[in-house]
Structures are given as C-alpha cells and as structure tokens.
Design a protein around this ligand. Structure first.
Ligand code: LLP
Length: 400
C-alpha cells in the first residue's frame, strides 16, 4: 500500500506517484505470455517518458518504441540497448532520420512511400543500409473503448496492403534499404480479441506472400493498445492476447514485437491533488482542487473516465463535479460523481494516471508541472522535481 498522505505532505500537490513494482509485474506478465517464442517488448515511450521509469524498464529487459528522436535519445540515455529501439511516427524530419540511422537502432518503421524514398536517400548519402519495417493498415474495426477511440483519425497511419507490398518489393531492390519488419497498430484501449486476431491474420498472410517472393520478414510488430481498467472494463489477459497472435503465425519464423504503453504504466500511476474549496452553483456542487487539466488532460480532452477517491472520507456523499482552477469550463477530472463532503486540504487520488498523464501536461495558465515520485519496494524517490516559476520563464526573452 502506498502512503499517499505522507507523499503529499512531503512533496506537495499536485503530484504524480508511480508504483514501479506494479510496472515490474506488468512487464513480467506480458513477457511471460510470450515465453517459448522469440519476442521483444518495446515499451511505447510516449505513454510516460520519465528517465527513471525508462531505466526501470531497461533493467527489466524492455526495448522502446519511440515517435521522435528525443524519445530515442531518452531510451538510449536510460540504458535501453540500441538493438531494442524502434523509431515510428507518421512524420519524421530529415535530421531525425539521419540521427536514428547513425545510432544504428533496430529499425525505422515507415508509414508512406514518400517517407521511404526520403529514408533511402539519407541512408545512401550516409553510406548506410537502413533497416526498415512498414506500417500496414489492415482496415479492421478495433472496437475500442468509445471514450478514446480515435476512429476516423486513424487513417493517416500506415499504408494499405497493396501499397505495402509494392514498397517491400522496392525496398528489397534498394541497396540502401533492408526490409526486416512489418507493423500494425489497432488503436488504444483494446478490450476485444477478435479484431486483433483478424488483423494479425491479414498481416501474417502478407508476410507469407512476401516470403514466397524471397522477402524474409523477421520482425512481426503488433503495435500497442492493450486495454486497462479505468472503470469496470473487461480487459484482455496477456496470455490470451499472445495466443491469439501466435495462432496466426504458424509456419513463420519471426520475432514478435509488441509496443504496450498504457498496459505497462497506466494502472501504476496515481495523481494526487488537494481540495481547495467546495461551492454550489444553481444547485450543482463543485469540489475545486489544486490540480487541473494542464496536469492531467485526459478527462478534458477525451472525456476519459478516471476513478477518484477522497482519502479517508465516506460521509455525506452527493453528486459533484471535481474541477481544477484553470479558466476553462472543460477543466474537470470527474463529472456528476458521488463524492463525500470535503474540507480544504483533503487529499484526492485520481487513479490510472500513469499513462498519458504527465507527458501530456502543459504550463497552461502559467502553472508549473507537478513533481513525480516513484515507489519501489516501499521506498520512495523523487524522479522529477516540481517546476518553479523560474523554469516557466527561463527560455523567454524580454525585449527591454
Ligand atoms: N504503438 C503505436 C504505433 C501507437 O500509436 C501507440 C499509441 C502505442 C504503440 C501505444 O499505445 P498504448 O499501448 O499505450 O495504448 N493520449 C491517448 C492515447 C494515444 C495513443 C497513441 N498511440 C490517451 O490518453 O488515451
């Protein structure tokens, strides 16, 4: 049990707290589900890119899935070996491609023909051969949780099967490209197995047809997206997930890559905030806390559900909105939720805040971003100090 009160007293609020032991459990559970087969867990750094957290995952043996060169640098800094790092993303700049090639990471995951031409050109100039994978869009409805389903926006990602085939043939004929992998990603918060199996089958069939023309794909990357519990969702067990994918791979000698972000860190994180006041506006009750949408954006941005708890209070429960001090009506953590009567200083825990929490925080309303604390085997350590006013203005120039 994490002693939230002591941590809040010691580090102040708003505060992020991560249970690193839980991350260890999650990593081992997933890795265990793939046991007996060649696999690489490439943690999706975008979910939480804190250097200590990455170092913790590196020690467990994790790789990294990065979507900017700065994420690649973070992964390398944290001791994740270059041969476990992949660089994805729909829009990589030339300097990012060049650095990734020079760093000799496992592979660059490509999302368009234009990007492949660019990578080929840069690799040629550098006298290197670029290991690549291609992100295909198997066009399967992922049936994700409606709160954060990205639905139609997803179609900027990847290429269709026919384009992918053409790209593989082209890459195979290029001296500067080495097609080693294939990739697909079904979108966030997957809670159903059938779409995963279906998509995996389509992509595995493509790998077979490439094999028939002597293009040997070695890395089969199923992306991320494994769902977690925010409310009362029924999630996919890692073992069933692994079996569903393996069932489509017979006859193929591939290393399975998966890129979990949320699954690895989501439920390990807690956001702590203190009550400032309560007020009632035309019959609607508001509990105002010192954390806000700039610290934890998911409820405002996606109407995402996070469980909240007022520590040590259970009396006089009535419906209320839990809101922050930012000047936007969209600044809330919970709406019409049953909350006990609170007093200033009461501590509120927002659950499942480890993924896409701190990384999406901003300085809106000139609010310094919160501190982050890790708890391992009952011991805590600060892994990012709270920003100060000086941090906020450090890069600005005053024209006097
Ligand atoms: N791989 C690829 C190619 C991805 O696009 C993503 C997430 C992942 C892996 C990791 O997905 P995960 O296992 O964490 O679901 N900000 C949103 C989530 C955006 C996810 C973007 N891509 C949220 O707060 O729910």
């Amino acid at each position: 049990m994490i002693d939230f009160k002591t941590l809040a007293d010691r580090y102040d609020t708003p505060l992020y707290v991560y249970d690193f032991d839980h991350i260890t459990e999650r990593y081992r559970e997933l890795k265990g589900a793939f046991s007996g087969k060649k696999s690489l867990i490439s943690y999706a750094v975008k979910a939480n890119s804190n250097l200590s957290l990455l170092t913790h995952l590196a020690e467990l043996g994790s790789g990294a899935d990065c979507v900017s060169i700065a994420e690649v640098r973070r992964a390398l800094m944290s001791g994740i070996p270059k041969y476990k790092i992949i660089f994805s993303g729909v829009g990589k700049r030339d300097d990012e491609i060049e650095e990734a090639l020079r760093e000799d990471i496992l592979l660059l995951n490509l999302e368009s023909e234009a990007e492949m031409e660019r990578v080929e050109k840069i690799a040629k100039e550098l006298g290197l051969q670029a290991r690549i994978s291609i992100r295909v869009n198997p066009n399967i409805d992922p049936k994700t949780h409606p709160y954060i389903s990205t639905g139609l926006h997803e179609n900027k990602f990847g290429v269709d099967i026919e384009t992918a085939k053409r790209m593989y043939i082209k890459a195979n004929n290029s001296k500067s490209l080495y097609p080693v992998g294939i990739h697909f990603h079904m979108g966030p918060q997957l809670t159903e197995l059938d779409p995963i199996r279906e998509a995996s089958q389509i992509v595995a069939d493509l790998v077979r047809s490439l094999k028939a023309i002597k293009i040997d794909i070695r890395f089969f990357d199923v992306g991320g997206g494994l769902g977690i519990v925010y409310d009362d969702e029924k999630t996919i067990a890692p073992y069933d997930y692994a079996q569903a994918i393996f069932s489509t791979l017979h006859g193929l000698d591939v290393t399975l890559i998966c890129e979990p972000g949320r699954f690895m860190v989501g439920n390990s994180g807690y956001f702590l905030t203190r009550v400032l006041y309560e007020k009632v506006n035309e019959g609607r009750r508001f509990v105002i806390v010192d954390g806000a949408m700039n610290d934890l954006l998911r409820p405002s941005l996606y109407n995402a559900f996070h469980k909240v708890e007022v520590l040590g209070k259970s009396e006089d429960v009535s419906e209320a909105d839990l809101v922050g001090p930012v000047c936007e009506s969209g600044d809330f953590f919970a709406k019409r939720r049953a909350l006990p009567a609170t007093e200033p200083g009461d501590l509120v825990v927002v659950y499942s805040a480890g993924a896409y929490g701190f990384v999406m925080a901003s300085n809106y309303n000139s609010r310094p971003r919160p501190a982050e604390v890790a708890v391992t085997e009952g011991k805590e350590r600060c892994i990012r100090v709270r920003e100060s006013f000086e941090d906020l203005v450090r890069l600005e120039k005053m024209c006097l």
